[in-house]
Design a protein around this ligand. Sequence first.
Ligand SMILES: Nc1nc2c(ncn2[C@@H]2O[C@H](COP(=O)(O)OP(=O)(O)OP(=O)(O)O)[C@@H](O)[C@H]2O)c(=O)[nH]1
Ligand SMILES: [Mg+2]
Length: 387
Amino acid sequence: MKIFVVPATYNEKDNIEKFITTLEEAVFPKIKDHDMHILVADDNSPDGTGDIVKALMKKYKNLGINQGPKKGLGAAYIRTMGYAIDKLGADVVISVDADFQHDLQKIPDFVAMIGKGYDVVIGTRYSGGGSIPENWPPQRKAFSIVANIFVRTVFMKFAIHDWTGGYRAIRKEVFLKERSEMSEYNGYIFQIAFLHKAVRDGFKIGEVPFHFGDRTLGNSKIAPLSYIINVVTFVIATRIKELLFGSFGKFLVVGGLGFVVNFIVLKVLHDSSKWDPFWANLVGAGIAIFSNYNFNNLWTFKDQKISGFGTYIWKMVQFYATSAFGVIFIQSGTIFIGDKLIGPDILLHVGPLHVRYYLLYFVLGTGLLLIWNFFIYSKFIWKKTTK
Ligand SMILES: Nc1nc2c(ncn2[C@@H]2O[C@H](COP(=O)(O)OP(=O)(O)OP(=O)(O)O)[C@@H](O)[C@H]2O)c(=O)[nH]1
Ligand SMILES: [Mg+2]
């Protein structure tokens, strides 16, 4: 494979020469079966980093530089990885910091993992022997750890241990697939956004634990406060969009349709056919659950569509059972508990509105019911099977 190590540089004149010679003299000789290159992603560093690289290019023929205006770390990676893949025939690109915080001796491990069939290999500081610098002040350590736990939890992707790091090997196919969606993530948020899309698209992610060193030369470019704000906003906004436009949003639409079906059947049977409202509603609810089951199967969870008549019937029985359980124990149960503990008849004055408490229990109970149903549907009835 043709592999390009792509260090991002902005004013790294103190580090870049040693960085390149380390790769060329102490790392690449250990990788026998692949064609190794370096393409520096430099944003016209005013300190002359580019000139140092150009001087070294006379000595190392597998060394190149891709320069452009400073638009942030993500933009630099997209530009330079894109150049390596589009113009220079790279099969794999490896992003790495140029300040020696990423242990270069791990590059053979990244390459080996790609060789084993992983599409993206991430360097991880938080699992299996990885670590962050001992001498970091406690608040920086805490932020780094908490930020990763936060991302893993909000995305519900616990198997990935390092979302924010920048040490990664990426197969060309992944880059080409995700590139068009990456243009808005210019800064450090690029790391989280790219990985999130690769995971979403089912690419196989591997991990290489490493010790994250401290910067000893040159200056840090990261602005901690704006970075924290960006991470939180990106992760939460992405998750909400994913839920609303993803399966949770569809589940709500299907449920809303079920509600309408229930209502119409109740009304028709009661008004026109003079049924007792209890029985009319029972039939309406039964038909609504049937409609929910089928629309969820065909639309909400279509990627896990149930097929085969036996499974279809068996899962439908489970669906009716969990729906009934939810209505009886969770929705009605909430009303029951509220009623017993607080009472149904207290009037709440919200501006011109006079709401009785039992209606609040109903709203709360329905909210809990939705969460229960979605949980059971996505984790059991239409459980995702791994590739
Ligand atoms: N091309 C380019 N490189 C950048 C830019 N910002 C940062 N870098 C490089 O990206 C790498 C990571 O940036 P750092 O400033 O080291 O960030 P950090 O590692 O989180 O912070 P420290 O621990 O203080 O070093 C370094 O090699 C930087 O030179 C940018 O806007 N453009
Ligand atoms: Mg650094």
